[in-house]
Design a protein around this ligand. Sequence first.
Ligand code: DGL
Length: 279
Amino acid sequence: MNSYSKQAGAIGIFDSGYGGLTVFDKIHTLMPQYDYIYLGDNARAPYGPRSFEVVYRFTRQAVMKLFEQGCQLVILACNTASAKALRSIQQRDLPEWDPERRVLGVIRPTVELMDQLSHTKHVGIVGTTGTISSGSYQIELAKMFPHIQVTAEACPMWVPLVENNETDSPGADYFIKRHLEHLFAQDSQIDTLILGCTHYPLLLNKIRHYVPQGVTLLPQGEYVAQSLSDYLHRHPEMDAKLTQQGTCRFLTTESADKFSETASLFLSHPITVEQVTID
Ligand code: DGL
């Protein structure tokens, strides 16, 4: 058993780096009253190409850090971490650390909407190599909606395009077109595309340009935010453990200056950042 405090605390939001800021932004817009601590493991990002064992180890350390900071609820705002670490943390670690704390991911809230959004019942998913090869979206979809046909495409170049501020370059067109053509060549009946990576909302215009007309694109932030709000309504006992002063802290394992500079690609306002170690 642990020695974590039972006192109310901020909502923790974790990502391998910057991408989770797209999710944080939507959560904060919907629920500005809560306190938030965002943690980006920038020193060890990207997680996308890493193995299960490594993503689990890194994510576990990050969650422990946020728990130490007093968070009673942590959102893994990273598809790769949700795909490769969430289940083990929920089943293996939480019961030992503190069964009353919660760690939630971004995959389930996204998958839950699929039956409602897709008319053809043919859904596409794009994500990092780690997320796609884990099969997590495919497994969740098959469990929840076995009648939905899923086709997935790993897009390893899309995150570096965003992080290097190349979203408007011809290189972005090349890689986005290539992967989307490959996806839709496999299943032309796809009518809903899950953007299963936190960075992809920044590529939304280009992605829209290369998907067939009428395809619904699903950036996750708003759905994850709504799902969290619903969760807190359904779980007043957790809501009571969240402090509500409207503060936001941003922690990174890399340089604070670098984080605040690159964060400006993801957020419309400047932020103050603290550097931390988590291993
Ligand atoms: N945040 C990650 C995700 O949503 C993308 C960046 C990375 O590969 O670490 O999958």
